[in-house]
Design a protein around this ligand. Sequence first.
Ligand code: ADP
Length: 504
Amino acid sequence: MQEQLSLLNRISDELNKDLDPDKMLRRVLNLTVAHLNATTGSIMLFDQQNRVSAYILQQEVSSESADRIVGTVLTEGFAGWVLNKGEGGVIFDTYQDSRWVVYDDQPYDVRSVIATPLRRRRRVIGVLTVVHDEPNQFAEPDLQLLNAIAGQAAIALENAQLFKQTEQERVKLSAIINSTQDAVLVTTPENEVVLLNPAAQELLGLNGQTTQGQPLSELTDIEALLKMLSPDSPAAGEVPLPDGRTMWATITEIADMGRVTVLQDISAFKALDKMKRDFVTAFTHDLRTPLATVKGYIELVRMDGPITTRQEEDLDGITRAANMMKALIEDLLELSRLERLEELALENLNLEEVIQLSIGAIKPLAASKEIDVALTDTQSDLIIEGNLVLLSRAVGNLLDNAIKYTPSGGKVQIRLDSNNGQALVSVIDNGPGIRPKDLPRVFEKFYRARAELDDVPGTGLGLSIVKTITEQHGGEIWVESQPDTGSTFTISIPTLENKDAETK
Ligand code: ADP
């Protein structure tokens, strides 16, 4: 008994020594054969379809005869019996037991056999067999010992295989992460480095340096990146690099680990976008002069007169078209100027005063349509940091749309409110509203939702301009609308107190 326990301990040690399943099983086999004073032994492992996936032998045989032995013992012999029964057994004398098949070129004499299954949960995943060249060498207690060995071996084998699988996955993943052109940074919630792939090391100029565990702020001074990794920052954004490249960073929070930041080089897209914008600006700019000439000639024709009423109407048509074109050119130039603007000239502004200014400017248009424009709810102490011209333009555009799309006699309200450090300006009308399918698109350039429904002139750029101005002030814009009820456009802008608190 004592001897058996010490064997099981030794086997358990052997099983823990190596994570290579083949080597591990070979050692267990040697120990078992030696302990049972057997001649030799083998372990067969099966795959999901019960095909032999490994045949570990204590004594070498040629691969050709190994194949034949496997085929025979599984179909007609003792291993097949163990596999099918799912239990072990002892053959006292092979000459007297039909479960043992003798093949011609058997490399050694076999008279006693003991074999037991290796199980994973219910399934038999292998058979451990030990043989002796004399009869009556094994008894029931030996089978019990063999069962215990097989139990341990099966568990160790499963662990080893799981480890191997995990290791393979790890190698695969690390090959992907190491070879990708995108920079991958894994950091703890405290912004200490867990992993930087080679692209990230190159990007941060840290080739070959040990970085693990170091605070990211000590490894780089790329401000935009460090800012993005600070609490409450947006999960994606542009990161300009000192060498002129621009990266697009996306940050994903991983529970219990920290954050994974992936940086993609978008310099080529930025260059393309700039080219497109430069082209549109240059092109639009060049249209101004011939357009002014067209308008000049219209006036000349009128002055040269006399012209018929019919000709007068034609000239009015040309003037309307020319004015429309002028509006489009001005909007396009304004938008491209706004998009190029790197920094706004800012001052402290009382938002209520900005709104009053916009209402004043829109009064004549409102009066012409008999629309009442009123500031219904307000807060006179909301101070923001902004650009007066641009902000009054943004509020003016929203008011202009509300009046333009609301039928004569309608109502337009403005509300000024604040919530959670944000000033909220809402322009509410009781006009035709916006269909749900158009709602997500109204802020796109050139998108005109009601073009086919009414003949209100427009360029489809007004809301894009409002959105750009709002975002340049660190704010957001959104719309709520019900067809036939009206629309509410709201812009939010951080109040000065909120900004101050953020910078502290
Ligand atoms: P424009 O007014 O020049 O067409 P905008 O960008 O200002 O361009 O608006 C885009 C579209 O959104 C408009 O064409 C219109 O269909 C819709 N829209 C904007 N404001 C309103 C509003 N207050 N009521 C109904 N529809 C609106």
